[in-house]
Design a protein around this ligand. Structure first.
Ligand SMILES: *[C@@H]1O[C@H](CO)[C@@H](O)[C@H](O)[C@H]1NC(C)=O
Ligand SMILES: *[C@@H]1O[C@H](CO)[C@@H](O)[C@H](O)[C@H]1NC(C)=O
Length: 383
């Protein structure tokens, strides 16, 4: 049985065994089919994914790798458009250096509307802000504002105010000392960063405008001279403050005195921020009772640029009461007659012609003067 079975086994394998043998023969074919299918699939996937990668590269990688140089968009606007806030993180040496840069080509390849920079030197509050707001209203592209307050002072002007975010980085200021001129140079330097600023007016928190904006703009922009007071005064408060140690750069005959409250053009503003020679002389040899803010700029500009100066200030001040400080006017002083007198009752030269309009600003005013000034301004001052 065993043998038979054995022969049987050899002669014809049982049906299930035959099946297995058939499978054995078919197996390589199946493997080949599956392999081929798999190969085609892989090939297909890789072709598709290669296209996908190309596609994705263009869509997602390309903008950052290929277009990034253009992302920064270095256009002329990025040089000429000032930032909306005047705050920055430059120290004084960096700021003055940056501000001393001037274009060498004076034909501007863009429409430049020259502006007046109004620079407020204050301890903190600006009591006449509401009056100034009214003065500036409607003249947005013709002015810019800079405020130098004590370093810790934070003003609370709303975003609708012309003074909003106009406070510049500052340092403490001592009256009559070089730190005062430093503050003025800092204001000039900040204002010079805006290429559109062409004229620079220094004001205090006790100053008010006594003419309408259009008149102020035309008066300043059409003047051949800058309004820097610069007089050769005899006596202890003039030549008496000169020190021979300032020679040879500053001689006694060149010593000048003028009001701190000036208006100068861009060229002179650059001269002031660039100066090192006179700065060092005045810092060392003009100390109280030599009040450096009354002598440094007037003398320095007289030496280099006397033919560009009007030798008078645009800011009316009443020194008639005598002493080191001028008169301050409060609520009771503000009458129509008083305002007419201070804005019109004078004679001077404007562009070498006699003129009745001599002052555009006035000081000093106490905060109590605000209310009557707001009331009388439309009728008497023209804004
Ligand atoms: C401003 O910073 C630079 C670089 O740190 C320094 O050399 C310079 O002395 C600083 N100037 C002032 C006025 O602090
Ligand atoms: C101001 O004074 C200087 C020097 O004395 C003179 O050259 C200049 O012409 C004066 N300016 C005006 C507008 O008179």
């Amino acid at each position: 049985m065993g043998m038979e079975e054995g022969i049987k086994d050899n002669a014809s394998p049982p049906p299930n065994m035959r099946h297995t043998n058939q499978s054995r023969a078919l197996l390589p074919m199946r493997v080949l089919q599956v392999f081929l299918l798999f190969f085609v699939l892989v090939l297909g996937i890789s072709v598709v994914s290669m296209h996908m990668i190309k596609y994705l590269k263009i869509q997602t990688f390309a903008p950052s790798t290929l277009i990034s140089p253009y992302d920064e968009r270095v256009t002329l606007e990025s040089f000429i458009k000032p930032p909306s806030s005047v705050w920055h993180f430059m120290n004084d040496s960096e700021l003055l250096w940056r501000a001393s840069m001037q274009p060498g080509i004076y034909r501007y390849p863009f429409k430049r509307v020259p502006k007046i920079a109004f620079m407020f030197l204050t301890k903190g509050p600006l009591p006449f802000a509401p009056l100034w707001e009214r003065f500036f209203e409607g003249h947005e592209s013709f002015y810019s504002i800079y405020v130098h307050a004590l370093p810790n002072y934070r003003s609370g002007f709303p975003s609708s105010s012309v003074f909003y975010r106009r406070q510049i980085p500052s340092q403490p200021v001592a009256w009559g000392e070089m730190s005062m001129c430093d503050a003025e140079r800092r204001l000039l330097a900040n204002a010079l960063l805006d290429i559109s600023n062409e004229w620079f007016v220094l004001l205090s928190e006790a100053c008010i405008p006594v003419r309408g904006f259009n008149l102020v703009y035309n008066y300043i922009s059409r003047s051949r001279y800058s309004f820097m007071g610069s007089v050769d005064e005899n006596g202890p408060y003039g030549r008496g403050r000169y020190s021979y140690a300032m020679g040879p750069e500053v001689r006694l005959s060149q010593w000048r005195k003028g009001s701190q409250w000036f208006e100068i053009n861009r060229g002179l503003a650059v001269e002031i921020v660039e100066d090192i020679v006179y700065y060092n002389k005045f810092k060392e040899f003009c100390r109280p009772p030599c009040y450096v803010d009354e002598h440094y700029f007037p003398t320095m500009l007289y030496i280099g640029y006397s033919d560009m100066l009007a030798n008078r200030t645009l800011t009316w001040t009443d020194w008639s009461r005598g002493g080191a400080h001028p008169a301050t006017f409060g609520k009771a002083d503000i009458t129509e007659r008083f305002l007419k007198k201070l804005s019109r009752g004078h004679g001077c030269y404007y562009n070498d012609q006699p003129s009745q309009v001599c002052y555009l600003f006035a000081r000093k005013f106490a905060p109590s003067a605000l209310k009557p000034l707001l009331k009388l301004a439309p009728k008497v001052l023209g804004f």
